[in-house]
Design a protein around this ligand. Structure first.
Ligand code: HEC
Ligand code: HEC
Length: 149
C-alpha cells in the first residue's frame, strides 16, 4: 500500500513537472517581444503638448494639469524655474496663475511667507500632457458641479 502511494506520487510529480514545462513553452510576451527573454523595443518618445489655455479639472482637489511644456524648467535646491512665473511676485508679469494659498501651508498648518517645502517640487503633483492613447479604458466622469453640466 505504502509503495503504491509513493509510486502514485512519483507519477503525479512527473506529470506536474511535464505540464509546467509545456505551459512555459507556450507563454507569450505581453510586451510584444517575440520571446519572453528578449528585450522590449524602446517606446517612441512622445511630444509634450504646446503652450495652451488651462485644462479644466475633473474634481475639486485635483492639482491642475500643466498646459505648457516644462522642458529645461529646473527645480533644485538653488532655484525653482516654475516660481519665476507662478510666484506671487511674478505671476502678473508672466500672465500666469499664482500658486494658491494652500501652497504656503507647512505640515503643521502654519502659514508661511513663501512656498512651503512640501509644495516646492511642483512636478510631484502637477504634470504636463502628451497626446497619447490611454493604456487602459477609463470611464471616469468629472463631478457635474465643476464640469458645468
Ligand atoms: C515662462 C513662464 C512660466 C513658467 C516658467 C512656468 N509656467 Fe506654468 N503657466 C504659465 C502660464 C502663462 C500659464 C497659463 C495661464 C493662463 O493661460 O491662464 C501657466 C499655467 C500653469 C498651470 C495651470 C494652472 C491652472 O489653473 O490650470 C500649472 C499647473 C502650471 N502652469 C504649472 C507650472 C509648473 C509646475 C512649472 C514648472 C515646472 C511651470 N508652470 C512653469 C507660465 C509659466
Ligand atoms: C503636494 C502637491 C502639490 C505640489 C507639490 C504643488 N502643488 Fe500646485 N496645486 C496642488 C493642488 C491640489 C492644487 C489645487 C487646489 C489648491 O489650489 O490647493 C494646486 C493648485 C495650483 C495652481 C492653481 C492655483 C489656482 O488658484 O487655481 C497653480 C498655478 C499651482 N498649483 C502651481 C504650483 C507650483 C508652481 C508648484 C511648485 C512651486 C506647485 N503648484 C506645487 C498640489 C500641489
Amino acid at each position: 500500500m505504502m509503495i503504491n502511494n509513493i509510486t502514485t506520487m512519483v507519477v503525479l510529480l512527473a506529470a506536474i513537472g511535464f505540464s509546467t514545462q509545456t505551459t512555459a513553452e507556450t507563454v507569450s510576451s505581453l510586451r510584444g517581444a517575440a520571446d519572453i527573454d528578449q528585450d522590449s523595443a524602446a517606446p517612441v518618445a512622445k511630444k509634450y503638448a504646446k503652450d495652451n489655455e488651462p485644462i479644466s479639472r475633473d474634481y475639486v482637489q485635483q492639482p491642475p494639469l500643466i498646459p505648457h511644456k516644462i522642458k529645461n524648467y529646473r527645480i533644485n535646491l538653488k532655484s525653482n524655474k516654475c516660481m519665476s512665473c507662478h510666484s506671487w511676485s511674478n505671476y502678473r508679469e508672466a500672465n500666469a496663475t499664482k500658486i494658491s494659498q494652500t501652497h504656503f501651508e507647512s505640515r503643521d498648518k502654519n502659514v508661511l511667507a513663501n512656498v512651503s517645502a512640501r509644495r516646492y517640487f511642483c512636478t510631484q503633483c502637477h504634470v504636463p500632457q502628451v497626446n497619447a492613447q490611454p493604456l487602459v479604458e477609463n470611464v471616469f466622469e468629472p463631478v457635474t458641479a465643476i464640469s458645468g453640466q
